[in-house]
Design a protein around this ligand. Structure first.
Ligand code: MLT
Length: 387
């Protein structure tokens, strides 16, 4: 690319639009194409959803698939970093139950940093990805009253161990398969999604990995970002109270029409970048047909996929009238036994910390020939009173 190439023109209309579409940096880990969706290290996400999570983590970090030997070494490295400080569990036990699980995640990450932070981004990357499954499983168990944390067995595999440590009452044997894919689909989403941008911005001031991830996860907790998965399941549950047959397209159409006429929100549709159905949603619709084909909420999500898109297209106002990743993830989690939607964003966070931490390592240790990206400092045009 020529040095002087114009990439984006900023006009007055560009201001106060949330930096929408402004190129601000480079990201070698992942990217989002408006028409093709998400890629990790150049591979399209549908090609990756069935792989081993550890191999995809490696791909994101090193931008290449590991050889079998490299994968075995990498797994061993994760295992060797997986000892969570017991003080973190004690800390989690003291948190107020009325706090949302995402507040617990922020608190747990902060405690992890205080107990085990090394100040080195690459070391802390490994510690975070290796230890976070244990912390998140403890959040589920302690906050839900399922019992004491289950000791970690990291040799089982990154996601297998997480599901084992969850010990979720009523969980389906299909939960491991679902969560392996769920994790891969949520690891990363280019350099500019809110939580990643926030995490990298905080790290640009040389705050350590843990503090940067705390900030990133606070960003993820907003309902317009990661917490949308929780809201989407609530939305499906609300519709299902009024619609007896989840495959009834006419009834769902009428519901959507009335909802939109009242100024309501069609949760799970639209995206800031994508202009096609989110391929992460497409993969999950396919997974649902395998894992939970008869689940009423899944069937409703499938009906909504068609009816909602048709409705939004006809209305002609939505830039992206298609389902996004959150449209269907919740009903699959629920069908596989994780029925409390309050925890869904924590699962998103467990996965997204992998991508954000990887991008932080890149920006701090590799970008600009190893010098790192300087402190983030955009400018705002003064619009207050002139004296
Ligand atoms: C994400 O996965 O981060 C969301 O789709 C939001 C985004 O990319 O802006």
């Amino acid at each position: 690319m020529a040095e002087s190439e114009v990439l984006f023109t900023i006009t007055r209309e560009s201001l106060d639009t949330g930096l929408r579409g402004f190129p601000v940096g480079t990201c070698p880990n992942s990217h989002v194409d408006p028409m093709k969706g998400l890629f990790y290290g150049g591979y399209a996400i549908p090609e990756l959803a069935d792989k081993e999570p550890e191999a995809v983590i490696y791909l994101l970090l090193k931008r290449d698939f590991p050889t079998p030997v490299q994968l075995a070494d990498f797994k061993q490295e994760i295992i060797s970093h997986s000892k969570l400080h017991p003080g973190v569990i004690e800390h989690i036990k003291g948190l107020p139950k009325q706090g949302h699980p995402m507040k617990w995640l922020l608190s747990a990450l902060n405690a992890m940093g205080m107990y085990s932070g090394t100040g080195d981004y690459a070391q802390d990357y490994l510690n975070v990805i290796a230890q976070l499954p244990e912390a998140v499983a403890a959040i589920f168990r302690i906050r839900s009253g399922w019992g004491d944390p289950i000791p970690s067995r990291p040799e089982m595999g990154w996601m297998e161990n997480f599901v084992y440590m969850l010990g979720a009452p009523g969980a389906s044997p299909k939960l491991v398969q679902l969560l392996r894919s769920f994790a891969i689909l949520h690891f990363d989403h280019g350099g500019g999604n809110l939580s990643t941008f926030v995490g990298k911005s905080v790290a640009s001031g040389l705050e350590d990995m843990y503090g940067s991830l705390v900030a990133a996860m606070a960003a993820l907790a907003g309902p317009l970002h990661g917490m949308a998965n929780q809201e989407c399941l609530r939305f499906l549950k609300t519709i299902s109270k009024d619609i007896k047959d989840p495959t009834d397209e006419a009834a769902v159409h009428t519901y959507v029409e009335n909802l939109m006429a009242r100024g309501g929100v069609l949760y799970g549709f639209g995206h800031a970048v994508l202009r096609v159905e989110d391929p992460r949603a497409t993969v999950q619709y396919g997974l649902g047909e395998l894992l939970a084909p008869k689940d009423p909420l899944f069937r409703l999500a499938v009906t909504l996929r068609k009816v909602g898109s048709e409705f939004l297209k006809k209305k002609g106002k939505a830039a992206d009238p298609y389902p996004n990743v959150d449209a269907v993830s919740g009903c699959l989690l629920s069908a596989c036994g994780l029925t409390d939607e309050n925890y869904y964003t924590v699962l998103f966070g467990l996965s997204r910390c992998v991508g954000i931490a990887g991008q932080i390592v890149y920006e701090r240790k590799e970008a600009r020939g190893g010098k790192g990206v300087p402190i983030v400092r955009p400018s705002y045009l003064y619009s207050g009173p002139v004296r």
